[in-house]
Design a protein around this ligand. Sequence first.
Ligand code: BG6
Length: 479
Amino acid sequence: MGFRKDFLWGGATAANQCEGAWNVDGKGVSVSDICTGGKFGQSKRITPVLEEGTFYPSHEAIRHYEMFREDIALFAEMGFKCYRFSINWTRIFPNGDEQEPNEAGLKHYDEVIDECLKYGMEPVITISHYEVPFGLTKKCNAWTSREMIGYYLNYCKAIFERYKGKVKYWLTFNEINSSVAPMGALLNQGILNDLENPTEFMKQPDLTQQRFQGLHHMFLASAQAVKMAHEIDPEYKVGNMMIYAASYPLTCNPDDVLEAQKYNRLYNYYCTDVQAKGAYPAYADKLLKDMGVVLEKQPEDDEILKNGTVDFITFSYYMSSCQTADKSKESGEGNILGGVPNPYLETSDWGWQIDPKGLRYALNDLSDRYQLPLMVVENGLGAKDVIEEDGSINDDYRIDYLRQHIEQMELAVEDGVDLMGYTPWGCIDLVSASTGEYEKRYGMIYVRRYDDGTGDFARLKKKSFYWYKKVIETNGEIL
Ligand code: BG6
């Protein structure tokens, strides 16, 4: 049976993690630009005022802004059918609240899109991927404020109109459900409560109320963006983008089963139920009440949500965890979304538990629940790579990881899932979102750039480059 003929094989990146050129051609500052480097076990820091002499990885990242032609040519060599990337909001609206877009920013993405189309590669564009304009954080504390909906829609209008006829697939927000956890406050929503006192990224003072009110604003923005996209170009297909945080009961104790159900509702369904079904689920009231959250809504909100449901579901999938009612069990280190380790699984060097079968489970679960086409828009292994003396990079561990996940995707297709495509994360090495480092590499293309700020940015093909090329050539038949 296998994958469909028009299966969208490709790879994924995000502007803030690969472009660099953080203040070039009129670009404004985004929240990622004020985060320092970090590493596993040592959180990156948030510095609202940039510090002289401190290393900010997003400022140069991997120089994709200048080198996108070379990078896209390498993707084309692997045979990519699509390239998922994000538009950096602050290239189009530097502060976020301008009336008119920045022409230089629009022009840059004209060139990126044209370069993709030259090779027959479908652009899959994330509108907001951890790149909220810092100007809006300062102005209204970003998504805590309902004002943001207008700024976001202004931005959407500019790009939907500009790229009409060239782009088909849009994703409204990257990993929108990252904001059900404190980590998503600044990263995803641009929320920063104390501009005077910098904190560590992992220790932001957290206000649950703000995050969930912010999500409500994002749901409204997403729904209106879907409607606007369809009005501007009926050919546009707009998807959500969520983290699928696969989670199992640690034991068959019914208390653990109930814990897992609670977790799944919060992490995996809360956002997507709204974005795909057009209304808050029945369990939302109790879930919010238990967290002490009271949502402020306007009378027109229910109608807005109903009229802007997404056309397809996309998600990232990296790992799974277990839930238990036994409070004495420790959460696994590196498990940023909570949960305890699964004794049946191995763990990556960054503490993420590797679970290929969890991807089959995820695909079936989302397909059953939403009955929409699905796309896996992130998946991959963050690992340390070594350049051998002969210049080769033998990343068999990455090939194994990807192979096992693709096998499970294929089984899910046999199970009946309508799967549109697969874009492994960081097809080219880039800066890690959670830790702010280069050492955690995902790519099939190595970038000679290091955490001490050295490196010449040269691109080298890893063993996985040649392997993935074969996978695409055979539509997944040779793994
Ligand atoms: C997802 C994000 O969380 O996972 C990406 O959408 C991120 O931006 C990726 O880079 C991998 O996570 P990390 O923390 O290893 O970079």
